[in-house]
Design a protein around this ligand. Structure first.
Ligand SMILES: Nc1ncnc2c1ncn2[C@@H]1O[C@H](COP(=O)(O)OP(=O)(O)OP(=O)(O)O)[C@@H](O)[C@H]1O
Ligand SMILES: [Mg+2]
Length: 449
């Protein structure tokens, strides 16, 4: 069941945002608006996320990911459209009601998680509960549990600067888990971590999600991360969602050249599964088994196949069996019934496709909408996987600000980012909690970097 629903969400920064929405609806482009000094950060975004799902939003720097995420917890009010969580329209709530929903049901984890240097790890993890007014004994109990879940058992009494960057990021995760929020919003939460630790955190999140079944929206610019974590992935470009689908949908039928250019570096053999590439069992019937007998029924096929694998078997594991003999590998469903076949030719063709835009399975619309921009996309927008690695200090300030606004329950100024971005890289946001200080490079903010 859909717990989170965004419908036709627009977020426009600048003068007369409502007019801009009307112009966008009438077909104006983002560039036309920009010429007038208006930024259409999110344009007509619609999607829903079920309980227990990880919904990943991916796209180049500036494509609108963070802005979209901030509309999901009411930190930014959409210029048009609605966001519903558990059926409740966040856009219709008063500030007070919104604060309540935000402190009890929604948690945010940022790339650079600002920890309080003069509070213990436990107190840091309990911060969200403190804001909610949970009594000390209760919040320490819940924060301790959350730290255990995040793999920090035994570190409760330590100070943030005794922890590595990866561990500090875990404290951020623990803080989010401690509040019992059902909706976790994660903005590049693992991007600042080095690759091994990052993978570790991804595993941990997947492991936690098996039991906690939160509703998670996870932002990343890394497609491999998106594919590992995402039950569904939305690809954003210039403020618009250009494709939504599973990792396999995106690999097998990228909606346009923009999406296709992201997937060039993905290891297809690890993402694709037997179930996604199999052909119909009928295609095998009538052929001959290795010992010369005709394969007439699905049962004959199961008996003759070099291997029988479940639907979710990674394609990488099919090479061995596929190259043994001439009969395709049999794919079976959970009940052991034949579901399909993987002939070696199919395996090779899928792996050599290299992400040609397709757009046949439900993505046709997205492909069409963007058709006019195909050549442009290829020329100007080749994804740079590391585009956001070089996050500047101003972004960190904004994130710290948003984190505080979130925990303190206040709505961020719509122009907050702009102000912070205007060359005030080292300036601290106003209203920071006591003890919270500047950016890591200056040795002040203890963040997960
Ligand atoms: N408060 C604001 N005022 C004006 N423009 C803004 C504001 N916040 C975001 N923008 C603009 O909206 C667009 C989308 O920004 P956003 O931060 O959502 O992108 P992003 O996909 O998260 O990028 P990144 O990967 O770099 O984090 C950008 O052009 C940005 O400059
Ligand atoms: Mg962002």
């Amino acid at each position: 069941m859909a717990r989170l629903q965004a419908e036709h969400v627009y977020k426009v920064f600048g003068r007369r945002p409502e007019d801009a929405v009307r112009r966008l609806e009438d077909g104006a482009s983002r560039e036309e608006l920009r010429a007038d000094g208006t930024t259409a950060a999110v344009i007509d975004a619609s999607f829903s996320v079920d309980e227990g799902q990880i919904f990943v939003v991916m796209g180049l720097s500036g494509s609108g990911k963070s802005t979209l995420l901030r509309t999901l917890n009411g930190l930014l009010e959409p210029t048009a459209g609605s966001v519903r969580f558990d059926g409740q329209d966040l856009t219709s709530l008063s500030d007070k009601e919104l604060r309540k929903v935000r402190s009890e049901k929604i948690s945010m984890v940022f790339q650079h998680f600002a920890l309080f240097p003069h509070r213990s790890v436990l107190e840091n993890a309990a911060y969200g509960l403190e804001v909610q007014g949970v009594p000390r004994a209760e919040r320490e109990k819940r924060a301790t549990e959350a730290l255990h879940l995040a793999g920090l058992e035994g570190w409760e009494k330590s100070w943030p600067d005794e922890l590595s960057g990866g561990m500090q990021q875990r404290v951020g995760l623990a803080r989010a888990l401690a509040t019992d929020a059902d909706l976790l919003l994660m903005d590049e939460s693992f991007s600042a971590l080095d690759p091994l630790i990052r993978r570790d955190m991804q595993d941990q999140l997947l492991e936690l999600q098996k039991t906690l079944k939160k509703t998670i929206v996870f932002i990343t610019h890394d497609l491999n991360e998106a594919m590992r974590l995402g039950d569904r992935i939305a690809v954003m470009r210039d403020g618009r969602i250009v494709q939504i689908g599973s990792a396999e949908d995106i690999l097998l039928t990228p909606a346009n050249d923009y999406v296709a250019s992201f997937i060039q570096d993905v290891d297809r053999s690890r993402v694709l599964t037997a179930g996604a590439i199999m052909v119909d069992v009928d295609e095998v019937l009538g052929s001959t088994s290795d010992n010369g007998e005709e394969i007439r029924t699905a049962e004959d096929f199961l008996a003759a196949a070099p291997a029988t694998v479940p639907l979710d078997t990674p394609v990488a594991e099919l090479f061995g069996p596929c190259s043994a003999g001439t009969v395709p590998v049999a794919v079976v469903d959970a009940a052991g019934a034949p579901a399909g076949a993987v002939p070696v030719q199919r395996l090779l063709s899928v792996l050599s496709e290299g992400g040609q835009p397709g757009g046949t399975t439900g993505q046709a619309d997205a492909a069409k909408t963007d058709a006019g921009q195909k050549t442009d996309a290829a020329k100007t927008d080749t994804p740079k996987p590391d585009a956001t690695k070089t996050k500047t200090a101003d972004t960190r300030v904004v994130e710290a600000e948003a984190a505080q606004a979130e925990t303190a329950g206040t709505k961020a100024d719509a122009d907050g980012k702009k102000t912070a971005a205007d060359g005030k890289a080292d300036v601290q946001p106003d209203g920071k909690p006591a003890g919270m200080t500047g950016g890591k490079p200056e040795g002040k903010v203890i963040a997960g970097a």
